[in-house]
Write a protein that binds this ligand. Sequence first.
Ligand SMILES: [Mn+2]
Length: 364
Amino acid sequence: MSESPKEMRESPQESGKNPNESGKNPNELGDNAKELGENAKESGEEASVDSAITETDLHSFSEDVTYAGVTSFIKRPYRKDLEGIDAVILGVPFDTATTNRPGARFGPRSIRAASSLLSYEEHVYGWDFHPITEMAIVDHGDLPFDFSRPAGVPAAIEAYAKKIINAGPMLLALGGDHFISYPLLKAHAERHGTPLSIIHFDAHSDTWEDKNDDGVNHGTMFWHAAREGLVDPATSVQIGLRTTNLDTMGFNILDAPWVHRHGPDAVIAETRRIVGDKKAYLTFDIDCLDPSYAPGTGTPSPGGLTTHQAFQILQGLSGLNIIGADVVEVSPPYDVAEITALAAAQLATNFLCLFARAPWRSAK
Ligand SMILES: [Mn+2]
């Protein structure tokens, strides 16, 4: 590269001020991090590896080498301060609601590591922009909870998510098993009102009946959510299912054979018709993808979507009122060559594009 990419980019306009201009410490590391960054620049070092802790401009693209350094999501700055932030990446390393193979607690770390490969791209492939230029996006790190008190974890997830989204930013959660979507939905319902719509990519309906009101099971979240009125099945869509659950609870289902028969354009048209301008939460279980595209997951099911189909569908949903999103069930111990983690990272980057194009943001 002969010119500095930073100099070629326009400064961010309306997407929120840079919190560093407010004179506040961006976080507890604030001054130290800034000093580290300035020292590195003054010393004339060419290589950069730790922009996640040294970068102070939230709209700047990382110039780190991809294979080294602190692995924040697409090398966004790590920051706890929520002021002036448009979107937050949050890891939720919880996997004890898993019914089959565990390991999704390692998902956030693996997705972050794989995402460094995408950190230098100035347009998300398939889109004509990058959300970094339009939104102040930070990696908030992982959600804390007490693993020794499993019954308290759902409330801990809900409370922490509320703290973030009630302060303004949109939330993109990296699971963790799929159970996390339930407390995350509760938090979004408080912020945006009920019922919400969901756009749910999965091999499984996750609407199996829970014998307990307080069961912590990654196959029953949307049974609870529908019964409680958090989501409206009639304005929600489930994409890619390929396991049998005769009780649909009224959800619109575009199962995997339907997707393969009709193609992504038909999925886009149906989803846009069903969801319309409703506020919609996007939840993507990585097992929606075929195991050949996402082997690293707990309950794989053959016959699923390709990564290409998933990207094409997501790009066709631009302009829907997406309010938040998660990608879940990435289980690195079962992954091969980071295939699954990289797919999740690229899906999540597409979610950020959908965030940037959600009409409710400019109307608020
Ligand atoms: Mn699933």
